[in-house]
Write a protein that binds this ligand. Sequence first.
Ligand code: NAD
Length: 371
Amino acid sequence: MRIAVVRETRAGETRVALVPDLVPRLVGLGHEVLVEPGAGLGALHADEEYAAAGAVLDERAVEAADLVLAVQPPDVGTARRIRRGAALVAFLAPGQELGLVADLRELGVTAFAMELVPRTSRAQSMDALSSQSLVSGYRCAIVCAGLLRRFFPLNMTAAGTVPPAQVVVLGAGVAGLQAIATARRLGAVVKAYDVRAAAAEEIRSMGAQAIELDLPTLDGAGGYAREMSEERAALQRELLAPYVAAADGLITTAAVPGRTAPVLVTAAMVEAMRPGSVVVDLAADSGGNVEGSVPGEVVRLGHAQVWGGRNVPAQMPGPASRLYAQNVVSLVELLTVDGALAPDLGDDILDACCVTADGVVRHEPTRALLE
Ligand code: NAD
């Protein structure tokens, strides 16, 4: 089977769907790997590395492929170059990319969305949401440490003692827990809050103090959080305000599937922070946990610098691409039998993440949006 690796076309996208180190794994399974020239450059992988690993550089890789691998939803031009009957694996954002989904349906492409891979134990090796969140969480802690003009760790020196930075993390899913772990490794004192019942124990297991508010927990389906009512949101903000005001660094990572990010921190809460404080809003791209944060920018609010995340995994393209590629290769293994594309759409993982197949939109929420 021929597998194509596309050169991403979205502005700011530096990742690549397959890194050279993983080419031999696909070649070993009997596949031919075709790479669009320059596909790896954003992640610092030269064409020569792919060639040395056994791939073929080919400007017409997409046209020739049985299976196309990408990170972002392909643009119209790329999508329309995919052969009828071929498959596509990428983050597809099907709820937003309705035009693309309609195209893939008309083109007879079998399309799999990485963000729809279920978060089950069996699918763990294909869980790109987790792998990219891990990168984002790490990056958030490093950005916070970089912008903060003080030490993260306690320093006891002959010249006196410098206390450690106080960091508060709101939202303790995959990204938040990684932000906690990273900030702890750098020596900060970390407190964290999440609405899910299981989160407090997970926060403590990372060496942070769990902030426990006198509020009911909000567990939704599939281990995710439920949306807050406006009344609860206001109360949560009021109860969190003293923790935010006392923080040197605030990192927010809260999300609710299918919704814009909840506003956890108002501009007034940021303005109550001390001079030199830093706020890192990972959710800025999806509406923002912090009022006034701007994706891709550092803005000043009161005495604080507020950093808004925009495509944060792409800020660490090497490790983000490597992890994503591992997820993708695991999915490719599930899609193939004896080296040929043979997706069993009765398989629970493939059933969940297949958006289009045989000229129909299989993913029901997306089909409803298209009707
Ligand atoms: P996510 O990106 O959807 O959300 C990030 C975090 O924000 C979540 O922990 C959520 O509870 C929290 N949040 C939402 N509203 C909030 C609010 N108002 N205030 C504070 N926090 C709020 O979540 P995620 O990181 O993708 O993971 C969510 C869950 O899925 C976790 O329980 C995680 O352990 C679980 N998970 C399981 C698997 C698996 O079993 N294979 C894999 C990955 C994640």
